[in-house]
Design a protein around this ligand. Structure first.
Ligand code: GDD
Ligand code: MN
Length: 376
């Protein structure tokens, strides 16, 4: 290779190769929606130079295939395909991290957010140096949630009330999934984000190292035409986790809190099993059966909730259950030995008992995360 080409400037392309705006779209089973969305972006963004980054979690309906076909026609379209993972918030974080544009927007891929607001959002950020974030708001005057069922409406209201636990300032729609921000402001918050669940805007607001300067613009939430909403019990659960992470999560790992809550439920399962079984067999036998039932229910709950991101299935589920029994048996011995030692040294029974449970739980948590769910 000629010496001169080695030293050629790396970037001979004009600086304008970086678009002014990067639109990030999380998708899961939106194959029928992505083409109309790109056409709409093209129609509404006018003079703004833009790119769109779809982050697809390997949707079974082959959204990624549809996106690559689109990308072949339009170089402004990119698809970041993720495997073995799910999550709206984490998809958005990775999409934004992959962008070089100074301004980023986040919009759903199902055409429910009103893309015609994007140009105004961009205009606000261009005109006002002192604004970091523009939020598309369903609850500001002039906005609306469209035709939602009464239960979905009530749920959204309740979730908005709960959000005040982690975002103190007044905001009409902290649960919005539609916003535009300066990329630098988002990246400054990125190391502190929880990344759990659906509510990336709320996470952003709660995690930013400096209070974000924002305004809300009203819009009407539209009906879905193709595909269906992914809101389910897991999404609700992950919302509660986000609240947990942003409150007590600062002091205690959220996974440990969940593990202890599951352990607490195990005590109830144990007693509920003991109640009828003790009538059928001797007490020691009934106690042993109840211990197995509660360990099994603890394992299944931890597998679904505490370790939902590395959930064991099929044959691994059985191997995991066996290792969980082994770990908990050692935890039980630690618990009893430690409690007895304290009790013999004159500590009150309840203090010795609680300390035993705590030592046992910490052991169970640590050892099962390494041996059962293999998160060393
Ligand atoms: N990559 C990825 N991974 N995308 C996902 C996932 C996932 O696990 N789950 C959902 N999505 C995508 C959907 O494909 C869609 O483009 C977008 O995220 C929103 O999902 P919906 O299931 O349609 O959510 P919704 O309409 O009930 O609620 C949305 O709008 C509300 C109002 O702004 C969400 O954005 C809410 O957070 C928001 O409050
Ligand atoms: Mn939707």
């Amino acid at each position: 290779m000629a010496e001169s080409s080695l030293h050629a400037p790396a970037l001979s392309v004009a600086a304008s190769a970086i678009p002014q705006l990067s639109v990030i779209v999380p998708t899961y089973n939106e194959a029928g929606n992505v083409r109309p969305l790109v056409a709409k972006l093209d129609a509404v963004l006018g003079d703004i130079s833009w790119e769109v980054i779809f982050v697809d979690d390997n949707s079974p309906d082959h959204t990624a295939g549809a996106l690559r076909a689109l990308a072949a026609e339009d170089p402004r379209v990119r698809c970041l395909q993720r495997f073995g993972r799910r999550g709206l918030s984490s998809a958005v974080i990775e999409g934004i991290a992959s962008s070089s544009a100074p301004v980023v927007a986040v919009i759903d891929g199902d055409l429910q957010h009103d893309e015609s607001l994007l140009a105004r959002m961009h205009d606000v950020l261009m005109r006002h140096d002192n604004i970091d974030l523009v939020i598309g708001s369903r609850y500001s005057s002039g906005g609306s949630i469209g035709e939602w069922s009464a239960s979905r409406h009530a749920m959204s209201r309740l979730a908005t009330q709960l959000s005040r636990l982690i975002v103190k300032f007044e905001l009409n729609d902290p649960m919005s999934g539609f916003f535009m921000a300066r990329r630098d402001a988002f990246i400054a918050a990125a190391p502190y984000l929880s990344g759990t669940g659906y509510k990336i805007l709320l996470d952003f607001l709660a995690s930013a190292p400096k209070p974000l300067r924002y305004i809300e613009l009203p819009y009407e939430f539209r009906q879905r035409l193709h595909g269906e909403s992914k809101i389910d019990m897991m999404v609700l659960f992950e919302y509660l986790l986000l609240l947990l992470e942003k409150t007590i999560g600062r002091y205690v790992p959220t996974r440990f809190v969940l593990f202890c809550l599951v352990g607490g439920s195990g005590v109830l399962v144990h007693l509920a099993t003991l109640l009828p079984i003790r009538l059928l067999t001797d007490f020691a036998g009934a106690q042993a059966i109840a211990a197995f039932v509660s360990m099994t229910s603890n394992f299944l709950l931890n597998n679904t909730l505490t370790y939902r991101d590395c959930r064991l299935r099929g044959r691994k589920l059985l191997a995991g259950l066996m290792s969980f029994y082994a770990v908990c048996s050692i935890g039980f011995v630690c618990n009893v030995t430690f409690a007895e030692m304290l009790y013999e040294r004159g500590y009150a029974w309840w203090l010795a008992g609680t300390a035993g449970v705590l030592i046992g739980s910490v052991w169970n948590f640590g050892a099962s995360s390494i041996f059962t769910w293999k998160r060393a």
